[in-house]
Design a protein around this ligand. Structure first.
Ligand code: FAD
Ligand code: SF4
Length: 414
């Protein structure tokens, strides 16, 4: 099977997830993320990397490699390692309201800071200076964490500042998409500081990351120009929360999360997410998700914040239990069969992945190195979609759907 031969190969063949780990490892003076023409954050080399650095980047890049090592947790073929499955929400009312689905991710991070188990949290939030873009942030307290609460469905690269925190030598938490956390685990294989300093990883179920163009189109649909935007929020401030735009001259616009997801985000997801082997954060300690009331995977109106919570490791479970004991978290057991009905799309994605990878290979494209994710076992649930997914992937490759451009030089920093 052909693998990507270089960082440019990873980008131009549509394998980059946009996590920022390559920039963190190589140094922003040599390699820097910028928006490409397709509206995704991608690395651009500013000067040639030495062979050793490029080799390390290829080894840790989660677009190129995703390998899950042994676990002592019971493993479900589709849902991965599970020490516990719950439904719940943060008992801090502000965090519960401002978070996407009960604020559990923010509450866990706040607990880690308040208890002294971590000194910082690596995460993303909207850029206050350019609200359609996300920035990588190091949060040090509850109010900084609250600024980062809510889902950012556009390009966001939490790992850009990973080495900055490793170099500080103090324990920290990482919040990111499943692929971001896979990058952290890849790095742990070559940098022993990761296992010592990253004291908790928090992820969420992820249906895919969309182009920057979505945010631009949403504001344009309300007759707003980017220079006039003072606030842009995909969701949060309610569950799921409205998409909200505010302008410097005092105008405000809202549209429902269902409109934003179904008519915009859903249509502009990066190619790499179509061949994602782990949309449920198998390598994180704790995973948060929406706990939809219906069985179709959609929101259908607003409700009080509440989400599903997956404890994937002993450490994750211990943190959640300790928060429950201290009345920081409301948490009740959730049946796996109920959770599966809340999240129908993720089972399908996992079960057709082998077929899509086969199509990628038959289309003559480099295939990422996936191990330990039970893709063959999961494919028994997707047998009847096998041929359509192989054919569909070959068609995509022929139409150039996986092709992406490198960012042009001198662009905006994020
Ligand atoms: C691209 C994307 C796709 C998603 N798809 C699904 C799905 O299919 N099913 C589902 O149940 N849930 C999905 N979610 C997750 C869901 O929207 C909630 O984020 C999740 O339930 C956690 O809610 P919370 O209230 O516990 O988190 P909050 O307390 O609101 O905290 C969210 C945390 O996530 C971080 N974050 C937000 N966006 C990003 C990003 N793009 N990259 C890295 N870190 C980020 C923030 O910095 C913050 O720390 C998705 C989220 C994103 C960003
Ligand atoms: S997936 Fe991450 S590490 Fe790999 S090239 Fe893209 S930004 Fe860099």
């Amino acid at each position: 099977m052909t693998r990507a031969a270089s960082i440019d190969d990873i980008v131009t063949r549509g394998l980059c997830v946009g996590c920022g780990l390559c920039e963190s490892l190589a140094g922003a003076d040599k390699l820097k993320l910028g928006l490409n023409a397709e509206g995704f954050l991608r690395p651009k080399q500013l000067m040639p990397l030495d062979a050793e650095t490029e080799r390390k980047v290829l080894a840790v890049c989660p677009g190129n490699v995703q390998r899950v090592e042994g676990t002592d947790s019971p493993v479900d073929v589709i849902w991965g390692p599970l020490k516990g499955l719950f439904a719940g929400y943060s008992r801090d009312e502000e965090i519960r309201f401002k978070g996407s689905s009960g604020g559990v991710a923010t509450a866990v991070a706040a607990h880690m800071l308040n208890s002294g188990m971590a000194s910082a949290v690596l995460e993303v939030s909207a850029d206050s200076a350019a609200p359609l873009h996300a920035v990588t942030r190091v949060a040090k307290n509850r109010s900084e964490l609250i600024e980062g609460a809510g889902s950012w469905y556009g390009p966001a690269a939490p790992l850009r500042r990973m080495h900055e925190l490793l170099d500080k030598g103090k324990p920290f938490v990482v919040i990111g998409k499943p692929c971001d956390i896979a990058g952290v685990r890849n790095l742990a294989r070559i940098d022993p500081r990761v296992d010592r300093l990253v004291v908790c990883t928090i992820s969420f179920l992820c249906a895919g990351l969309s182009s920057f163009g979505v945010a631009r189109n949403i504001i344009a649909g309300h007759g707003v120009e980017e220079k006039d935007v003072s606030l842009f929020r995909f969701r949060g401030h309610g569950c799921p929360g409205m998409t909200r735009i505010e302008t410097h001259d005092g105008r405000a616009f809202e549209q429902t999360y269902d409109d934003t997801w179904s008519h915009a985000l859903n249509q502009a997801i990066q190619f790499r997410c179509k061949i994602c082997p782990d949309s449920t954060g198998e390598q994180a300690d704790i995973v948060c998700a929406d706990a939809w009331d219906n069985d179709d995977g959609y929101a259908h109106g607003e409700k009080e914040g509440r989400g599903a919570i997956l404890a994937r490791t002993e450490r994750g479970l211990a943190i959640l239990k300790s928060m429950q004991t201290r009345a920081e978290l409301e948490m009740q057991p959730l049946e796996l069969s109920r959770f599966e009905r809340m999240q129908p799309h993720h089972k399908h994605r996992k079960s057709v992945l082998v077929a899509r990878l086969l199509g990628l290979w038959l289309g003559g494209q480099p295939v990422p190195d996936y191990k330990g994710l039970r893709l063959f076992s999961a494919s028994r649930f997707g047998r009847r979609y096998l041929f359509s997914n192989v054919r569909g992937m070959i068609r995509r490759i022929k139409s150039g759907a996986n092709r992406e451009t490198l960012p042009a030089g001198g662009e905006r920093r994020e």
